[in-house]
Design a protein around this ligand. Structure first.
Ligand code: SF4
Length: 81
């Protein structure tokens, strides 16, 4: 649980600072057309993953996050919780 909170905080920080933009965009290309995207075929500010419930932009901007369905992986592993 603490790990997930850290990932969400990391994602929102990166989202607002522009860090990890390329990583985020690459992941969001996959999320855009995923069946679990709450806003099919587009990513909006309210798009979330129907599998894990996370906001997609912040989730994709967090290097430590991973797709719950395995469509993309964590960019690096912290192994900390
Ligand atoms: S995080 Fe994974 S399951 Fe969720 S919308 Fe993106 S690609 Fe689909």
């Amino acid at each position: 649980m603490l790990k997930k909170i850290k990932e969400i905080a990391q994602g929102y920080y990166n989202l607002f600072t522009g860090n990890e933009e390329e990583l985020m965009n690459n992941r969001l290309e996959i999320c855009t057309v995923c069946e679990y995207n709450s806003t099919p075929n587009e990513i909006t500010n309210v798009s979330y993953c129907k599998s894990c419930g996370c906001g997609l932009k912040a989730k994709a901007a967090s290097p430590d996050s991973s797709c719950p369905k395995g469509y993309w992986n964590a960019h690096r592993s912290t192994n900390k919780s």
